[in-house]
Design a protein around this ligand. Sequence first.
Ligand SMILES: O=C(O)c1ccccc1NCC(=O)[C@H](O)[C@H](O)COP(=O)(O)O
Length: 258
Amino acid sequence: MSFLSNILIEKEKEVQLLKQQYQQHGRRKTEQEKSMYQTFMESKTMNIIAEIKRASPSKGEINVGINPVEQAQAYAKYGAKAISVLTDSAFFKGSIEDLGAVRNAVDFPILCKDFIIEEIQIDRAKEYGANVILLIAAALPKHRLSELYEYAYSKDLEVLLEVHNETELMIALEIGANIIGINNRDLKTFTVDLSVTERLAKLVDRDDILLIGESGIRNREDVERMMHAGVKGVLVGETLMRSDNLKDTLADLKIAFN
Ligand SMILES: O=C(O)c1ccccc1NCC(=O)[C@H](O)[C@H](O)COP(=O)(O)O
C-alpha cells in the first residue's frame, strides 16, 4: 500500500470524527482585496508560498517546536507572497489551530494544506481563515475533485489543484482549474524530481493558468529551473523550516521574471 493510501485511510477516520464533533462558530471571514491568482499573475518576481511544516512522512521531524505565528511573520517580512499551513496532525504534526493563529497574525493569502476529501474540511478551512485550499488529483476520482472544486469556489475560496503526472494534469484542465500545482514529489514513493515540473509545464499552453512548482526547492538554482519551466510561483517547505536565516534564504529564492 502506498504512503498516500495510508494517509487517506487516516484522513477518512479523521473526517468521520470531524462530522461528529465539528460545529461552526462563524469565527472569522477573510476579505481579500485581490485573489492569490491575481496577485501572483501580476507579480514581476517569483511568488513564494512559504510553508509551515513541522514534520513530514518523508523527513520525519523537521522543526516541530516552531512558533507558527513568528514563522509566518518572518515569511511575510522577508518577501513571501502567501503562506501554506500544513494542518494535518497525524503525519505532519500541524493543526487547524496553527492556521487560525497565522490568520490572526498576517494579512496574506493562506493555503490550507491538507488532504481534503469532504466538504466539511473546506467549511472548517474557511472558518479558520484560509483563502486557498489544496485538492490533490491523486487522492480522489475526477467527479469528487470537480464537486469539491466547485464547493470551494462557492465559498469564495480559491483552489490549488495539485498534479504529478500527465493524466492528473489533463483532469485538472478538464475541471477548469486556474491554479495548478505541479508537485515534484511523488506522493506514493516520496521521490523528488524537479524535472516533473519541467515536463508537465510544457503541456500547458495557456497563459491564463497560474502554475506553481511544488516541493524539493532548495536554492536559487532550483527557483531558476522552475521559472524557466514557466511557473509563476513556488511552494517551499523544508528549506525554510530548517533555515536559521530566513531573510537571506528568502532573498536567495526571490528572483525577478525576465
Ligand atoms: O513532504 C512530504 O513528505 C509529503 C509526503 C506525502 C504527502 C505530502 C507531502 N508533502 C506535502 C507537500 O506538498 C510539501 O510540503 C510542499 O510541497 C513543500 O515541499 P518541500 O519544500 O520539499 O518541503
